[in-house]
Ligand binder design. Structure first.
Ligand code: CUA
Length: 165
């Protein structure tokens, strides 16, 4: 009997903390509405891609969806702090840049933020690394790291279009 009471008490604690946690997500977690990403807020299409901040650092905003990253090609300057902000329009995806510290899950309803810096120009393949459906294996994008001076000369449109040179 005491055992059953204990168990009931523990279950109650788990349920209550679960409910409270769901109602009040911890403060370091940013939430977004996946259904309306394209309509308003930070992740509208015109706001995606690489943006240069007033302090010279770079912010890259990406939406993951079955089975694409938008935009699919990203250009960033070398030797510059880069902040990736990602969210999903549908299911859980993964964002991985091999040989860097960038490796995060992209969960619908939340913003994933990863900071890094690329020491040298180069091309990085960017596979989705979380199984997200039949097209998962074909879900790729890439990051093109350009010399700082070259990046500075790109127009805002060129920064997201990755036109071959
Ligand atoms: Cu998206 Cu796997």
């Amino acid at each position: 009997m005491a055992m059953a009471t204990m168990l009931g008490f523990m279950m109650a604690i788990i349920v209550i903390t679960g409910i409270v946690g769901a109602l009040h997500p911890s403060s370091n977690v940013e939430v977004v509405e996946p259904q309306t990403l394209h309509l308003n807020g930070e992740f509208v299409e015109s706001n995606l891609g690489t943006a240069v901040e007033p302090d010279g650092t770079v912010t890259v905003r990406i939406v993951a969806q079955q089975y694409d990253f938008v935009p699919r090609c990203i250009q960033v300057p070398a030797n510059t702090p880069v902040k990736f902000r990602l969210t999903s329009a549908d299911v859980v995806h993964g964002f991985l840049l091999p040989d860097t510290n960038v490796n995060t899950m992209i969960v619908p309803g939340f913003v994933s933020e990863v900071r890094t810096s690329f020491a040298a120009p180069g091309e990085y393949a960017m596979p989705c690394h979380e199984f997200c459906g039949l097209g998962h294996h074909a879900m790729w994008a890439h990051v093109s790291v350009l010399p700082r001076e070259r990046f500075a000369n790109l127009t805002p449109l060129e920064r997201t279009s990755c036109a071959p040179d």
